[in-house]
Design a protein around this ligand. Structure first.
Ligand SMILES: [Zn+2]
Length: 136
């Protein structure tokens, strides 16, 4: 698929991440484009990712379409391969990525698993980057 089509197809999802980039920039954080993805870090994002993401200990980074937000620039570098898998997933699923992600968490939970670690999108990201998920 041509890259411009991927950006357009993913745009509704990417738009959901735009307020987080704004929050970062307005609270002392930074943002830059890395390999066609807008990465933002720092400022209030550090607190939001640590406290507001329903995963034990919070999230280090999070992908929303072609936007990746992280606690710090170092965290973004460490998690880049994993988050790029989510970018590819978002490009594949387009506007259906967020509902599909939450549905996958619900299915994992209904099967008795963990909503995050047993989510098929996370399994694919951890498996393809050979990075072990953090211990619970
Ligand atoms: Zn992930």
């Amino acid at each position: 698929m041509a890259q411009v089509i991927k950006y357009l197809w993913t745009f509704p999802t990417t738009l959901l991440g735009a307020p987080l980039v704004l929050i970062a920039l307005l609270t002392g954080g930074r943002a830059r484009v890395v390999q066609g993805v807008l990465e933002a870090w720092g400022g209030l994002l550090e607190v939001l990712l640590r406290r507001c993401v329903p995963i034990r200990g919070g999230a280090s980074a999070m992908t929303i379409g072609h936007i990746v937000v992280g606690r710090s620039e170092l965290v973004l570098r460490i998690t880049r391969a994993h988050e790029r898998v989510h970018v590819r997933q978002a490009e594949r699923w387009g506007p259906f990525f967020v509902p599909a992600y939450f549905a996958a968490s619900l299915i994992a939970k209904m099967r008795g698993g963990n909503a995050y670690f047993d989510n098929v999108f996370e399994r694919q990201a951890y498996d393809s980057t050979r990075i072990a998920p953090p211990d619970l």
